[in-house]
Design a protein around this ligand. Structure first.
Ligand code: ME8
Length: 644
């Protein structure tokens, strides 16, 4: 039987449009569920919208709509965003759906019948936007809400109460045995000290509001929005309608939440579950909050990060990568577009993009476009392979604790090793020296580095990993592969496809000027054949000077060469240059060029040549020049000037 895994985002309030906080939690859940699927789990991923309560009612009134009209309209924004961000949720729950209303009413009734919910009256200071009573001890200055800072209102109402306190000892015992019940550890400690304090019975109904789920048999009450909302996690996996499904996914659930809503998830919800006779979730994982350019995000400041815009400008994958790489999960983080652009250019374009580009070009140029078989026993190859295999384990370990940034650091250390391996092995040199076997072994290793990188990055940057996979010539998608089935070397023999740029570099100058559209992909460049490094003395020994071409003459025996008369200022001489296919003689006369003045003289096509005219060229497979440009000074420096 497959191992099961169930992960949830909070259900989002639909009084407003989605922002970076919503995107962050949902992306984190998406990455985890994609990862678990690749680890062979039957993973179920739920997200949705929280559609009842005071906030929604007030937002609808402000817009002159009914609450139902508002939620029907706004929830679509979330669904749209999840499409744009490549979110692979299995279900999307809305708390106004009949399947959910039925479960909330059934649970409420069960708890009433067993007298864990009782009727009383409640009086206290209430925060309307946060929908919560605030105890005197927890208030901010001037009777304000400690969370949102807005003024509190005195409320008194008949209310149903949930006997939360009755189940507290059982929950403490559970957490004492399950340290991963709340993650990370700082939040666990926070919850334990709260549980060991004064946990009161919870008001779970409202009479002051209409927009909610009616309480069966006492319809002037509606269910308190948090009691309603938390139940969504059980509704969606068939608590009432599909007991088999419920058994499969409960309690192997991880609730991912922002740090502001952990009490609801780590205290109230588990207490409700214990009262209902169900198991407590395996973990609640709390993440930190994003500020924007160092400031708290708020509509009034106008600095709310729009995830639609980020995905449009930079691509969904880059945005996904950035959010999970930039801050350790659980910590607060600061979002800035310049940091995002920095990561795109360095990690995605430079590290991963270049590795792919360099490798594919070399496989095409040196191995006929087919990933070669490995061979030999070079310790360097073994080291790279061992790092790849170890990375699989390291990623698994870090994903277990939701340490996304750590997992990415491991993956990028491996990608970086791939780039360094190219510099160390210098395949272009192996080619030049005719070391075919070694060259094949190196290209084999590089291909495998990329194949494994596609698999490891797939949960994070699914669209790009699929493109990478395709360019490697591999069938299907890395997302449907199983990580445990990966065997180093199995990619040998695959014919690679056309190389395309995965992540175009963003031109910082353009970007600063506000032209943030990523530039069109630059053309793939062929990995050049490098020469060994020289020192400055070596360079100085080449005497390059500015000269003027006085005359260009054809050499009857040669198709390529011109005989040039050049003037160096201090002397005139003859130089033969292989530039005939690119210029007519009259185009050359009078041109200033750069020549190597101290090259030993040589006879070319029967003519003595005393130096060399410098030109830049590209060459075809046979080594013949395809295109050529003469190197010339940009202004009229005196003839004979030294070039350095
Ligand atoms: O709380 N950075 O919904 P919600 C990171 N409906 N995360 C942020 C953030 C930021 N700047 N701002 C908000 C609700 N969040 C309830 C949940 S679940 C049964 C009911 C996070 O739309 C916040 O921490 O107000 C929370 O986890 C999530 O966005 C949803 O917020």
């Amino acid at each position: 039987m497959k191992k099961t895994f169930y992960i949830t985002t909070p259900i989002y309030y639909v009084n407003d449009i989605p922002h970076i906080g919503h995107a962050y939690t949902t992306i984190a859940c998406d990455v985890m569920s994609r990862y678990k699927r690749m680890k062979g789990f039957d993973a179920h991923f739920l997200t949705g919208t929280d559609e009842h309560g005071q906030k929604i009612q007030a937002a609808a009134e402000a817009k002159g709509m009914t609450p139902q009209e508002l939620v029907d309209k706004i929830h679509v924004n979330f669904k749209e965003l999840w499409k744009v961000l490549n979110i692979s949720n299995d279900d999307f729950i809305r708390t106004t759906e009949p399947r959910h209303v039925r479960v909330v009413q059934a649970m409420f009734k069960k708890l009433m019948d067993q007298e864990d919910i009782y009727k009383g009256s409640y009086e206290g200071w209430y925060c309307v936007p946060c929908e919560t009573y605030v105890p005197e001890s927890g208030m901010g200055g001037n009777r304000t809400c400690p969370d949102c800072g807005r003024p509190l209102t005195m409320m008194r109402e008949e209310s149903y109460f949930f006997k939360a306190s009755k189940y507290v000892p059982q929950l403490i015992e559970h957490y004492e045995k399950n340290l991963q019940g709340v993650m990370p550890r700082a939040r666990y400690n926070e919850i334990m000290s709260f549980l060991r304090g004064d946990v009161r019975d919870q008001s779970v109904s409202r009479t002051t509001l209409k927009w909610g789920i009616p309480i069966p048999g006492d319809e002037k009450h509606v269910v308190y929005v948090w009691f309603d909302a938390l139940i969504n996690y059980a509704t969606a996996v068939g608590y009432l309608d599909a007991p088999e499904m419920f058994q499969k996914y409960w309690p192997v659930v991880r609730h991912m939440v922002g740090k502001d809503i952990i009490r609801f998830h780590c205290v109230i919800w588990p207490l409700m579950l214990l009262a209902l006779g169900n198991n407590v979730p395996v973990s609640v994982v709390a993440h930190g909050w994003w500020t924007v350019d160092g400031e708290k995000m708020s509509k009034s400041k106008g600095n709310v990060v729009d995830p639609f815009k980020m995905a449009e400008l930079y691509g969904a994958d880059a945005f996904r990568y950035f959010l999970l790489r930039e801050v350790p999960f659980g910590n607060d983080g600061d979002f800035s577009e310049s940091a995002l652009v920095g990561r795109i250019n360095s990690d995605l374009a430079n590290d991963l993009g270049n590795l792919l580009n360099r490798t594919l070009q070399m496989i095409v140029n040196y191995a006929g476009g087919v990933a070669p078989k490995g061979g030999g026993d070079d310790p360097l190859d073994a080291e790279v392979r061992a790092l790849g295999e170890a990375t699989l384990g390291l990623v698994d370990k870090t994903m277990e604790t939701f340490s996304y940034d750590e997992a990415l650091k491991h993956i990028w250390a491996f990608i970086g090793r791939g780039n360094k391996y190219i510099d160390e092995t210098m395949p272009w040199k192996l080619r030049k020296e005719d070391q075919g076997e070694r060259l094949n072994a190196v290209l084999h290793t590089l291909y495998e580095v990329l194949r494994l990188s596609a698999l490891l990055t797939a949960p994070y940057i699914p669209e790009s990993a699929e493109k990478l996979w395709k360019q490697l010539g591999l069938p299907g998608s890395p997302l449907t592969e199983k990580l445990d089935d990966f065997r180093w070397g199995e990619g040998a023999g695959t014919k690679v496809a056309k190389a395309e740029v995965l992540f175009p570099r963003i031109d910082l100058e353009q970007w600063r000027r506000g032209q943030v559209q990523p530039p069109s992909a630059p053309e793939a460049t062929v990995e050049p054949e490098h020469e060994p490094q020289i020192d400055i003395e070596g360079f100085r020994s080449v005497e390059m000077r500015v000269a003027r071409i006085l005359k260009a003459e054809e050499i009857p025996k040669s198709k390529k060469l011109y005989k040039l008369e050049v003037d160096l200022g201090y002397e005139k001489r003859t130089i033969c240059a292989g530039i005939k296919p690119f210029f007519k003689p009259e185009e050359l006369t009078g041109k200033r060029v750069v020549v190597v003045a101290n090259l030993k003289s040589a006879k070319l096509a029967g003519v003595e040549s005393n130096g060399m005219v410098l030109a830049a060229s590209t060459r075809d497979a046979s080594g013949a020049a395809e295109s050529l440009a003469l190197i010339a000074p940009t202004s009229d420096v005196p003839l004979g000037s030294r070039v350095s």
